[in-house]
Write a protein that binds this ligand. Sequence first.
Ligand code: ACO
Length: 214
Amino acid sequence: RLSGPIPEDRFDDVIAHLRWSFFADEPLNRSVALCERGQPHRELEEHARATLRDSLSEMVLDTTTNQVVGVALNGVLLPGDLDEAQSKLSDMDDAKFRRIFGLLYSVNKRLDLFDAYHVDRIFECRILSVDNRYRGRGLARQLLERSIETAKAAGFQLVKEDATGLFSQRAADSMGFQTVHELPYEEYKDEAGRIVFPIEAPHKSLKIMVKELR
Ligand code: ACO
C-alpha cells in the first residue's frame, strides 16, 4: 500500500528499512562498502531525515504487517544548496561518504539545472529504495509515479533523480524521465588512474535524469 507524505512517527521505521536496503545495496555505497547491512550510518541517516522533513516523501507498506518495504525520499533543492552541502562535506569524517557525495554534488553543480530549465526550485528524488524481498514487482515505478503526482500538486516544474544504477534508471525511463548527463563509472578515475567506484554489473553509469512537469 502506497502512503505519503511519510509522517514523523514513521521516520525511525524508514531509517530501519534503509539500513537493510539502500545503505548496503545502492551501487555506489556497495562499491566502496560504505555500510554493513543492517548497521547505522550517521551521515546517511541525517541526509535521509533532513529529506523526510520536507514532507514530500512516499512509502510502501506491507498490507499485512504494516512494515515499511519501500520508500522514495524526496526533497526540495534550492539554488545555493549545493554550495552549502559541498562546504559541509569537507568537514565530514567518512572518506567514503565524501567520495560519493563529492561526485554527486560536483556533477550537479556543473549542470546547473536551475539555469538550464529556468526554475528556482527542483523536486529531487534523493533515495529510492525497495526491500530486496519485494524487488522486481514495480514498486519503485509506483513510488516514482506517486512522487511525480506530489511534485505536480506542489507546483514544481522539474523533478530530478541522480540514478546511480540500472534499475533506478529503468524505473525513471519508464516514467518519462530524460537523461541530461551520463558518467560511465569506468571513466571516473583518481589521480593515480584507479577507478574510484568499481561498480558491479549490470550497473554501468551515473545518470542525472529529469522530468519536466510544465
Ligand atoms: N534485473 C533486471 N531488471 C530489473 C531488476 C533485476 N533484478 N530489478 C528491477 N529491474 C528493472 C525492472 O524490470 C524495471 O524496468 P522496466 O520498467 O524497463 O520494466 C525497473 O528495473 C524498475 O523495476 P521495479 O520493480 O519498479 O524496481 P524495484 O521495486 O525492484 O526497485 C530499486 C528498484 C529501488 C532500485 C531497488 O533495486 C533497490 O532498492 N536497490 C538498492 C538501492 C538503490 O540502488 N536505489 C536507487 C539508487 S538511485 C536513487 O536513490 C535516487
